[in-house]
Design a protein. Structure first.
Length: 668
């Protein structure tokens, strides 16, 4: 995936719930000339930043045409999008195409990010009534699969947003509003028992016990008619409890599934990334597929258990629960973990499709979902490939979710673990003010837990950022300070991957490359799916004069963490690797992508200037130099050299000379 969101705000809005509607930020409608161009934009937008192979896009939308015709049609659709929205919204590489994040706001993304009260009830009700790309005919079977997947995902997002809004209404006694949304929740999926139980409880709490029992009968009738089954024991028992109450009160206990989604449920708050991998479901139920499903669950548990910062429930315990996503929150609550991973697989025509969902137990919401399609030529290699992909994505998503969750809470509600993650959230914004806030939060975490290693590593990382972003008046002193903090962290916990990564990166800047490589290689062995460990190793390798090895590591980092907050830095390092290897066109492409993602960072501009000078494009290089000086008016080659004193001399001198050629002075 390409990048993080723009800080300037989206210029366009795209509504996909209920059809396709594109407009500018001031509400003016924008028309794309063909249905296929609309579908292409919708596909690229979910999620923005995801790079897609051009060949795959052509097959999805024009699979009924010859290859050359399909590619021509794709080019025409791309041209139409650029004509309507501007050329800068798309990142086009040789074989891939992506919609750059931050340019386009979709209603689906807004629904996914919905917090309590963030979407008014009337708008939320309209979203729940609207089907994703309603009335749009699918151009191919593979596109139809994607359409079905997104429609199911949007239903889940709507359910999650509605449940949050219902809980907010109930908390302040607005039962009528809560009941209206609960009724819409039932209409959204009439076969979902959890929605009936929620509506039954709200009706009973409002004194409408007979209506609550009528909802139970409706649930029973629909399940019998559509599926030939009775309601679950949980729903039946809850109905008995309502029937036995003389006058229902707001204190009526919640069923287990609803309780798991509320902060008052008493769910243990484990410190660390605690997860249960539920049994994968074989959708066809055939014996050979059942064994394959069990193999996926076991392999995922094994791989996640190798990560020291993950606590993974043993298979003997997680296997006792259903693998259905709708019951994942219940399983997580019973097992006292924050997250549950649910998955399914389907085998057809020599291909395997694996679908996974990561469920947050506290909110009973899906925070990440993905699908993997593979050929079955080598079943073991295929299984290893999918497991590695899932673990890599899951690692990045869980870390992202912890930071975002901590950022949403009130400061007074944060414990040491959450203070650390809120500090990271600020540190990854890369402004002077945010780094100061991050340091304050890390120190607050240490007041809560003086022997907690991660806040010390956080202080080390803040010192690293102050040096690299020129926030510190003396970068060398900042590096020394960071080394002291991070060494303290490792004394407290020498098995934590983040501590090793931060220490390795600081040692790289300090020129202690042998020790840096030891810590960074250890980090990649501790957690092979931690993208920032591979990024740190790539930095140490390029400092060591090994750009080919560095490029291999940075490609791993880019693949593992598509939404990483350091992704622009990943791309900058990719640019320097290409520059070192003489691949100057590729260096320019990577540097430009980095500047689009993080406009206020100097290193990507440096890489761009050096590469453009090598190509003889001096006017463009001077333009990049002007952009660099607008970011840092005091920038000079002398300041640049203070931080790269330990880079190989030939590379250092070449970059310095190119900066001078573009107009960067020796002294600021």
């Amino acid at each position: 995936m390409i990048g993080t969101e723009s800080t300037t705000g989206p210029r366009y809005a795209l509504d996909l719930l209920g059809g396709f509607e594109l407009r500018s930020s001031d509400g003016q409608p924008i028309v794309l000339p063909t249905r296929k161009a609309q579908l292409l934009l919708a596909y690229l937008a979910l999620p923005a930043g995801q790079a897609h192979a051009r060949e795959k896009l052509a097959m999805l939308l024009w699979g009924d045409r010859l290859d050359q015709q399909a590619r021509g049609s794709l080019r025409n659709a791309v041209a139409a999008i650029r004509s309507a929205l501007g050329s800068e919204v798309l990142a086009a590489e040789r074989d891939t195409l992506a919609l750059l994040p931050g340019n386009l706001a979709t209603d689906v993304d807004r629904l996914a990010a919905a917090g309590t009260g963030s979407i008014p009830d009337q708008q939320l009700d309209a979203m729940m009534r609207s089907q994703f790309l309603d009335g749009i005919a699918s151009p191919s079977e593979p596109f139809d699969d994607w359409l079905s997947f997104e429609r199911a995902r949007c239903r889940g997002l709507a359910q999650s947003a509605a449940q949050k809004a219902i809980a907010a209404h109930e908390q302040v006694g607005r039962l009528d509003e809560a009941i209206l949304l609960a009724q819409r929740l039932v209409a959204l999926d009439p076969l979902r028992e959890q929605s009936y139980r929620l509506l039954m409880r709200l009706l009973a709490a409002s004194g409408e016990r007979s209506q609550a029992m009528a909802q139970f009968q409706t649930c029973r009738d629909i399940l019998k008619r559509e599926l030939g089954v009775e309601p679950s024991a949980e729903t039946a028992e809850f109905a008995k409890l309502i029937a036995a109450e003389g006058v229902a009160a707001p204190g009526l206990p919640l069923p287990v599934a609803e309780a798991a989604g509320r902060a008052s449920s008493g769910l243990a708050q484990p410190r660390g990334f605690a997860i249960a991998v539920l049994p994968f479901v074989s959708l066809a139920g055939e014996l050979d597929r059942t064994f394959l499903a069990e193999g996926f669950s076991e392999d995922l548990i094994t791989e996640l258990s190798r990560r020291r910062d993950f606590t993974v429930i043993a298979r003997q315990s997680s296997a006792l629960f259903s693998g259905a996503p709708e019951t994942a929150a219940v399983a997580a609550a019973e097992l006292s973990v924050r997250y549950a991973l649910a998955g399914s697989l389907r085998l057809a025509a020599g291909r395997l499709r694996v679908t996974v969902q990561l469920i947050d137990a506290l909110g009973n919401r899906c925070v990440w979902a993905d699908r993997y399609d593979r050929d079955l030529a080598d079943i073991f290699a295929m299984q290893d490939d999918i497991v590695a992909s899932i673990v890599g994505s899951l690692d990045a998503e869980v870390r992202h979710e912890e930071r975002e969750r901590a950022a949403r809470k009130l400061p007074s509600e944060l414990d040491a673990w959450e203070l650390f993650h809120r500090g990271l959230w600020h540190a990854y914004r890369f402004t002077r003010e945010d780094i100061e806030t991050a340091e304050r939060l890390f120190r607050q975490a240490l007041q809560h837990a003086p022997d907690f290693a991660l806040p010390y590593a956080g202080l080390g990382y803040a010192a690293f950022v102050k040096a690299v972003w020129y926030f510190a008046p003396d970068p060398v002193a900042a590096i020394s300070e960071g080394l002291a903090h991070t060494r303290r962290a490792l004394l407290l916990d020498d098995g934590n991957v983040f501590c090793h990564v931060v220490l390795g990166r600081l040692l790289t800047l300090a020129g202690d490359l042998d020790r840096a490589l030891i810590h960074l290689r250890s980090a990649t062995e501790m957690n092979p799916s931690y993208a920032q460990a591979h990024f740190g190793l790539a930095q140490a390798l390029i400092y060591s004069g090994a750009p080919t090895e560095a490029l291999a590591e940075i490609e791993v980092a880019l693949r593992l963490s598509p939404k990483d907050p350091l992704r622009s830095m990943f791309l900058t390092l990719r640019s320097f690797c290409h520059f070192s290897l003489g691949d100057y066109e590729d260096a320019v492409i990577a540097a430009r992508l980095a500047t689009q993602l993080q406009a206020n960072e100097t290193w990507s501009q440096i890489a761009l200037i050096a590469s453009l000078v090598e190509l003889g494009r001096l006017d463009e290089a001077r333009g990049a130099a002007r952009a660099l000086r607008s970011i840092d008016s005091g920038f000079s080659t002398k300041r640049f050299e203070r931080l790269i004193a330990h880079v190989p001399a030939a590379l250092r001198e070449r970059v310095r000379a190119h900066l001078r050629s573009a107009g960067i002075e020796a002294e600021g």
